[in-house]
Write a protein that binds this ligand. Sequence first.
Ligand code: ATP
Ligand code: MG
Length: 575
Amino acid sequence: MRLSKFIVPTKKETPNDAVAASHILSLRAGLFRLLTSGVYSVLPLGLIVKNKVEKIIREEMNAIGGNEFLLPALSPNELWDETGRLEDFGDIIFRIKNRELVLAPTHEEVFTSIAKSYINSYKHLPQMWYQIQTKFRNEARPKSGVLRGRQFTMKDAYSFDATWEGLDKSYEQQDAAYRKIFGRCGLKFFSVTASSGAMGGSKSEEFMVESDAGEDLIAISEDGKYFSNIEVAESFIEKVGRKDSNLKYEEFHTPDIKSIEELAGFLGITDKSRLAKSRVFVLPAKAEGEKDKFILALVCGDDEVNETKMQKYFGANIRPGHPEELLAITGADAGSIGPIGLKNKDVEIVADFRLQDSDELVSGANKNDYHIKNIDFKRDVPGIKYQDLRVVREGELTIDKTSKIRITKAIEVGHIFKLGTKYSESLRAVFLDKDGKENPVIMGSYGIGVERVIASYIEQNHDENGIIWEGEIAPFGVLLINITTQNPEITKFCGELYGKLSADNFEVLYDDREDLRPGFKFKDADLIGIPVQGIVGEKNFRDGKIELKRRRTGERKLVDSKDVAVEIKNMMNAR
Ligand code: ATP
Ligand code: MG
């Protein structure tokens, strides 16, 4: 490809409000262009990379027996109504005005509807289906460029099995394929067990790339053996324990004390572990006639309640109580709530394991501006249950005490889910088993964000000058730079070299642009980030030499023109 004819609109300036390196560099290097909030055009250089990522995905999906489909982005409302997801997705789903259609944010429903008509016997199972298709999600705050678009490309795969063991196998196949895909894409990644949240299912794993641009918080052990989304992470904890002083609990006045920090200050203590922090949660009634359920969750004053863990124990719909509810349930406002003397006697009380059977605790008195001290959970709070409710913290020991936990940000590039029968049941996708009995098909779903893979690669492979491509997804292998286009001899030589290298199966981008200063071309070269630069200028040309530069290291080498192919290969394969 000749750069004079190839559209790569590079930019010097950092685009407005771009913060993430991948966002800034992908716009500056002319891979993508913003059309409107969260919507990007893919430009020619970006499309080469995108096609390469998709090629890798296709190869690995086909290698595990995937059938490639292409389902429509438009789909009828009623299909989404049947699974209840029109409501679940809420404002995220793009709806076509005055038409009974949505732009699909994902394709479980449509794939299941095809499975329903095609799969009716165990003989048709298992199946692995996938597509690479545009998805639409009206993300609340699309930021960070293509990392979170409102329109993006997803590889979504779905497995259909007759048995749960079959699902395990399909899931493992996808898991292995994902590792190959992300490895081939040059990502340093790890996987974490995720909470399956609103999707509903028995197991799910997220593939993560560590990056400051990430929106997920991950707990990683320093020895690299433990990875977990903070939402479900656990660590070794020491119980607060008992002092067995057997003091009676007693109320005391705490005027204007609203937070644990203020309470600690008021009491003149620094260790907040015995200040039990209370939060009220509401689990709304499922059916009419049922009552809402109220839960008081207690953690140590230096801890935070983990809302995902609360969801896991009590149900996905659980939510923090509103101020009016707090007052009605406990008799006090936030800041003065505790396990003793609750107004509503039906509140379920759970405390974190750290507080198990502890005494000499301080908590709110359920009366504004009052707290109670010397609470003994064992003695004073009958019916209290204990569970892991807390958010792990940086520096804590892993459960096996062999390493320390560090908290870091990461980007989710892929997600694999055991869906089970949620969709096949609601859409009645059933098959006849060996005994002629009708069963819902057992499903899994597996997604990869294509643009997000590209942006994640850039997050991990860039410097202050630009992107650093290497390996399979590099848009080109070599950038041949003619820095003296005024000299027809050199231009002729470069043209021939470009032809020779291309014939030799190198993917060559040739900077043949005229009337540009060498400095300008070098800046563009580093910004675009092709792995090896071959620089041809007046002086070296006369000596029969070409200068090669490796983008990642900046290492330069003068090579004989006749050896250039071999030397480029060496440089490309260098680690
Ligand atoms: P997130 O938590 O980041 O919103 P998700 O859990 O909604 O992701 P899935 O529904 O599991 O994502 O989609 C599968 C994959 O699609 C994700 O792992 C991610 O790589 C990609 N993806 C999801 N939403 C977006 C988006 N708005 N822009 C770009 N890629 C996305
Ligand atoms: Mg999402």
